[in-house]
Design a protein. Structure first.
Length: 283
């Protein structure tokens, strides 16, 4: 019989609603923490189904009631067919409970890559003064790496590749653009074995490319590439911007694969330093 607007009833109602909201949020937060582990274990299982191996040493999720602080140690992956193994000492990531489509993180310690097939076989160690990784699952999904003060060292040799700044963006899409690649690097110092006629300094390397015509293959082997090419798959180089020694190049074009999986394409380019570049090639 008391009016609902009495002070006492308003306080009780507010307390009850606040308690319900707090309980719902706590349940949501800990469900997300469990989902992080489930997704990671799902990725490990999917890698094994594809003939690869993957695993991790420890996963902890903390930070309640704020953003989820994800600490992953001992991450590794191996592809026997591809001939590579990658080991990451630790990954630190943050997931906001109110925006679960975006994951921000970074890796710590040197990354170690072993390559057992192809012309670049060896053991490599990658370190970066600063790095940031962002995974955004909206609009098909985008993965972005931002690195600075990068050193890629080939072990047992004096060879070191240095990059002042680099950004790598991978975006998954659908018709008509099934995927997009973007690379933007500046002030790259190549190891001596990779020097070209124009020297070992690349002041700028930028490329933006789209995969069109057919869904991208899940793996890079002859059968899958043959099917992708037969379905009309192609790579549209929307822009290529290179400044390497005396050579400056700005171009665009389209690449595809012929029946023997050899690259074919058509490009247009504007070249600066042309005569000096030809002289360097002759020398």
């Amino acid at each position: 019989e008391r009016p609902f607007t009495s002070r006492r009833r308003l306080v009780i109602t507010f307390a009850v609603l606040l308690g319900l909201a707090a309980g719902f949020y706590a349940g949501w937060w800990f469900w997300l923490a469990g989902e992080v582990r489930a997704r990671l274990d799902g990725w490990v299982a999917a890698m094994r189904l594809d003939g690869r191996t993957a695993g991790y040493a420890e996963l902890t999720v903390s930070g309640f009631p704020g953003p989820l602080m994800i600490d992953l140690t001992g991450l590794d992956a191996t592809d026997p067919d591809g001939g590579w193994t990658l080991a990451v000492p630790a990954v630190l990531a943050t997931l906001s409970p109110w925006n679960i489509t975006r994951l921000d993180g970074k890796f710590t310690g040197p990354l170690r890559l072993s390559v057992d097939k192809g012309p670049a076989t060896g053991r490599y160690r990658l370190v970066a003064g600063n790095n940031a990784v962002r995974l955004d699952r909206s609009d098909g999904g985008t993965l972005r790496f931002s690195l600075s003060d990068v050193q890629a060292v080939r072990e047992d040799t004096p060879e070191t590749l240095r990059v002042e700044d680099a950004t790598l963006t991978l975006k998954r899409g659908s018709i008509p653009v099934y995927g997009r690649l973007g690379i933007d690097a500046k002030n790259v110092e190549l190891p001596e074995s990779m020097h070209s006629a124009f020297g070992g300094h690349v002041a700028r390397f930028r490329i933006s490319a789209d995969a069109t015509g057919a869904e991208l293959p899940e793996g890079l082997n002859a059968d899958r590439l043959q099917k992708w090419a037969g379905d009309g798959g192609a790579i549209d180089i929307r822009s290529l911007d290179v400044a390497h020694g005396v050579l400056g190049l700005l171009g665009e074009g389209t690449m595809a694969l012929d029946g023997r999986l050899q690259p074919i394409g058509a490009f247009t380019a504007r070249i600066s330093g042309f005569n000096a570049a030809v002289d360097a090639l002759i020398r």
